[in-house]
Design a protein around this ligand. Structure first.
Ligand code: URA
Length: 211
C-alpha cells in the first residue's frame, strides 16, 4: 500500500519475518538477525527512487551504457538507541552512506522526547536523509528528530520504521507533511503507556536484551 506520505511494505518476506519478531518467545539473537534482514528489504524500498545515470563499461561481449546510481549523497540518521538495529542492515546495502545519530529518550511520564546527543554529517542540505527508528509510536520523538535534522539543513528526508501506530503517522503528517514514511506495518493503536499494539514490545530491549 502506498500514498504520497505513507508506504507500507507488504512483501511476504517482510511480513513473515515481522511476525516472528513480534512473537514474545523469539530470542534476542533471532530478533536482531531478523531486524537486520528486514532492514535490508526496507532499504530496497526506501531507495526505490534514487536517481540513476549511466556509465560506459565493457562487458566480455561489448561496450554498454550501464545503469548506475548517480552518486547523489546519502545520509542515514539513526534515532538512538533502537535506530541502530535498523541502521546496520541499511548500511550493509548502502555502505558509502554517511551516518549520523540523534539521541532522544522518551520521558516515561510525559512521553515527551528529551535530547541527549546530536551528531550528523556535514552538508545535510545536499543529501537524501534517511532517518531510521523501528517504532513510530506517539510520533513525539520522530517529530523532534526531524525538527533537529531540518534545523541542521536537511530538506529531503524519508522516515523509515518497522512499525507505525496511526497516532504517530497522523502526528508526523501534521508536523512534517513533506517527509514520507516507509514502514512494514501500520498497527492498531497505542496503549495507555504509549506502546504500539499489537506491536512487538520495547524494540530497544528486545534487540539489546536489556529486559
Ligand atoms: N517504542 C518501542 O520500543 N515500542 C513501542 O511499542 C513504542 C515505542
Amino acid at each position: 500500500m502506498s500514498d504520497h506520505h505513507l508506504t507500507v511494505v507488504d512483501h511476504p518476506l517482510v511480513q513473515h519475518k515481522l511476525s516472528i519478531m513480534r512473537d514474545k518467545d523469539t530470542s534476542t539473537s533471532q530478533f536482531r538477525q531478523l531486524l537486520r534482514e528486514i532492514s535490508q528489504l526496507l532499504a530496497y524500498e526506501v531507495t526505490r527512487n534514487l536517481t540513476m545515470t549511466t556509465k560506459q563499461i565493457e562487458t566480455p561481449m561489448q561496450m554498454m551504457d550501464a545503469p548506475t546510481l548517480d552518486g547523489k549523497k546519502l545520509a542515514l540518521i539513526s534515532i538512538l538507541r533502537a535506530g541502530n538495529g535498523l541502521l546496520d542492515g541499511v548500511l550493509e546495502l548502502i555502505p558509502s552512506a554517511r551516518v549520523g545519530f540523534v539521541g532522544l529518550y522518551r520521558d516515561e511520564e510525559t512521553l515527551k522526547p528529551v535530547q541527549y546527543y546530536f551528531k550528523v554529517p556535514e552538508g545535510l542540505d545536499d543529501r537524501l536523509v534517511i532517518a531510521v527508528d523501528p517504532m513510530l509510536a506517539t510520533g513525539n520523538s520522530s517529530v523532534a528528530a526531524i525538527d533537529l535534522l531540518k534545523g541542521a539543513g536537511a530538506t529531503n528526508i524519508i522516515f523509515l520504521c518497522l512499525l507505525a501506530a496511526p497516532e504517530g503517522i497522523d502526528r508526523m503528517k501534521e508536523a512534517h507533511p513533506d517527509v514520507p514514511i516507509v514502514t512494514a506495518s501500520v498497527d492498531e493503536k497505542l496503549n495507555e503507556m504509549g506502546y504500539i499494539v499489537p506491536g512487538l514490545g520495547d524494540a530497544g530491549d528486545r534487540m539489546f536484551g536489556t529486559k
